[in-house]
Design a protein around this ligand. Structure first.
Ligand code: GLA
Length: 399
């Protein structure tokens, strides 16, 4: 078994408060167990997961808190600190269809995991956390993987990390009904401290690549823009990328994803494509090459080159994939003017949410002040900028 991973003192304090919230919600007594699962940023490989390409996400030290306590019966009772209401499900007669509520995420996972252990006891569960929802930091993968991890521990199933990630993914795709790619649950569930995850989404193979936290910092700037339309626009990009691949696959024998189309093949046939599909394919084929080059840069310690690739990614997301908004562009442009910033781009699907920045260590305070000021001048409100540490992934806090 892995040795217990340390928790930062601030996180311990938040988890302690979460335990108190649990007792207020369900009453005192019994042994309450506490779990944490991180969110993630994606540094390179934007919109590549569902195109079968490589991605480079990193888990962050903000995420989901899960407090739970076994019951004597077979009821699964779930609440959240940020939503009202209590949801009760009989494990022997659990619903087969989603309820249309936040609880669908953990419920979908519970139904997946429960199959492995039909004699599992009922539970009282309280969810909470310190990750903004809808900001592109993967709150849904965090709650799903966090649920899989904690149920695995409390029900004694001994699932592998891959099995937990797959349960989270099936819940989100089949039960909640979101056609998400594989990056987010992998980034959350297979994280390693001090490393980025290298995930090749064509065959789901992974590697952990070290990132030198003494030399660089990861900061996230939140536009505060939350788009209701984002899910529809995201699914539209998935469809467009699939159509672009259908138009090009005949030129690449054996290809299974748009990622198999090289930039040379794309260049020879770009004129034959519909303009929208051409723009989407242009982003994908170049992003694949950029992500491989960024990997080489990281492995050779060239963080400047890695950062330049992030800026190029943002331009391509803005102009070709068209998933940026003026607030995101403003933050990236302000970041590009700062000598302490190595790279910046929107993270997650886009259409609002956050920009992720790679900073030289020591530049955090100045960059945060200046980028936030530039944003405020343009939009008359501050952008929230925070420095995140990498995170080792889901774990239990044993007090
Ligand atoms: C969202 C999806 C991910 C990925 C990114 C874009 O965050 O959940 O699977 O497609 O967008 O890189």
């Amino acid at each position: 078994m892995k040795p217990q991973e340390a928790f930062e003192p601030e996180l311990e304090e938040l988890l302690d408060r979460h335990a108190q919230a649990f007792e207020r919600a369900y009453g005192p007594g019994g042994k309450v167990r506490l779990f944490f699962a991180p969110g993630r940023v994606n540094l390179m490989g934007a919109h590549l997961d569902y195109n079968g390409g490589p991605v480079m996400p990193m888990a962050i030290d903000r995420g989901t808190f899960v407090a739970l306590r076994p019951r004597k019966d077979r009821l699964l009772v779930m609440r959240s600190t940020s939503e009202s209401g209590e949801f009760r499900f009989d494990l022997d007669a659990a619903p087969r269809a989603a309820t249309g509520n936040w609880v669908d995420y953990p419920l979908g996972v519970a139904l997946e995991v429960f199959r492995e252990s039909p004699r599992a006891v009922g539970l009282e569960v309280l969810f909470g956390g310190n990750l903004p929802v809808g900001a592109g930091l993967s709150s849904s993968a965090s709650i799903c993987v966090g649920t899989a991890f904690s149920l695995d521990k409390v029900w004694g199933l001994e699932l592998t990390p891959f099995a937990r990630v797959e349960a989270a993914l099936r819940a989100e795709r089949q039960f909640v009904g979101v056609q998400c790619g594989i990056m987010d649950p992998y980034a959350v569930g297979l994280a390693k401290r001090g490393h980025l995850l290298w995930l090749d989404c064509k065959d789901a193979s992974i590697e952990h690549l070290p990132i030198d936290h003494r030399a660089v910092r990861i900061a996230v700037a939140d536009t505060g823009v939350r788009r209701e339309l984002a899910a529809g626009a995201f699914n539209q990009r998935v469809t467009e990328a699939r159509r672009a691949f259908e138009a090009l696959r005949g030129f690449v024998p054996g290809s299974t994803h748009l990622r198999d189309v090289s930039s040379a093949v794309f260049a020879s046939h770009a004129d034959e494509l519909d303009p929208v599909l051409r723009a989407r394919a242009r982003h994908v084929v170049h992003e694949v090459e950029r992500t491989f080059a960024a990997r080489d840069a990281l492995l050779s310690g060239d963080v400047e080159r890695f950062g330049r690739a992030m800026f190029e990614t943002h331009v391509s997301l803005r102009d070709h994939y068209q998933v940026s908004v003026p607030e995101l562009d403003c933050l990236v442009e302000a970041a590009a003017r700062e000598p302490g910033v190595l790279g910046a781009r929107l993270t997650g699907a886009g259409f609002g949410g956050c920009v992720v920045m790679l900073l030289r260590a020591g530049a955090e305070v100045e960059v945060a002040e200046r980028v936030s000021r530039a944003f405020e001048q343009a939009f008359q409100r501050p952008a929230r900028i925070e420095v995140f540490r990498g995170d080792p992934g889901p774990r239990e806090w044993v007090r």
